[in-house]
Design a binder for this molecule. Structure first.
Ligand code: GRF
Length: 207
């Protein structure tokens, strides 16, 4: 069976990218990361890609005079590398319906909370964990979902719970959630690669 071609979009350290690369190299995931695209020059995720001889590009919004032209550049790169599944991994830029329509039900995202809690506009990175702690939630977690035209609103593929400890800081909680992310994302992509995800309206059934 052909390896599923992944295009991974990043903005920062790339620990989720690394966990996907590691799961491929260990034989767990039958896929290939064919391209990595960062929204920021100098993102450490680009170093990780280069270390594994994966074509890596920085495409910065400020170099384009419209959101659509910016997204078209990314779409073109993904198509050039014949990407079959777009994986958002710490990608901080909002992608418009224009981008989403180029890859219908073929874009995944990971969110460091249990959607529909602590998600949507402005809820990313450390802000998510601050909100969880400030609210006094006892359980948070990780969500992997398909990307639709909303923000963090697409059909949910997998979720895993992560406990919040009384003495947690946003940093300690982020670290615990990130560990779970590194397990859940490869699992979700594996299910997709095996054709085991069936989207029925808002729901994703695992065959
Ligand atoms: C993390 O906050 C993670 O929860 C979210 O993106 C951020 C950076 O991840 N998915 P990474 O280390 O760049 O993969």
């Amino acid at each position: 069976m052909q390896n599923l071609k992944l295009g991974v979009l990043v903005s920062g350290s790339g620990t989720n990218l690394q966990s996907i690369i590691d799961s491929i190299e260990s034989g767990y995931l039958q896929a290939e990361v064919v391209v990595v695209i960062s929204s920021k020059e100098g993102a450490y995720a680009l170093e990780r890609a280069k270390r594994h001889n994966i074509p890596a590009y920085a495409v910065e919004r400020r170099n384009f005079d419209s959101q659509e032209k910016y997204e078209d550049e990314i779409i073109e790169l993904l198509k050039k590398h014949r990407v079959e599944l777009v994986v958002l991994a710490g990608f901080v830029k909002v992608l418009s319906p224009h981008f989403v329509r180029a890859f219908p039900n073929r874009i995944m995202n990971i969110h460091p909370a249990l959607i529909p809690s602590f998600c949507g506009k402005g809820f990313y990175g450390k802000k998510v964990h601050e909100a969880v702690i400030n609210y006094g939630a006892k359980i948070t977690g990780v969500t992997v979902h398909f990307v639709d035209e909303g923000t963090d609103t697409g059909p949910i593929i997998l979720q895993k719970a992560v406990p919040v400890e009384d003495d947690d800081t946003p940093e300690t909680l982020a670290a615990r959630v990130l560990e779970e992310e590194h397990r859940v994302y490869p699992e979700a992509i594996k299910l997709y690669s095996e054709g085991r995800l069936e989207i029925r309206g808002r729901r994703v059934l695992i065959k």
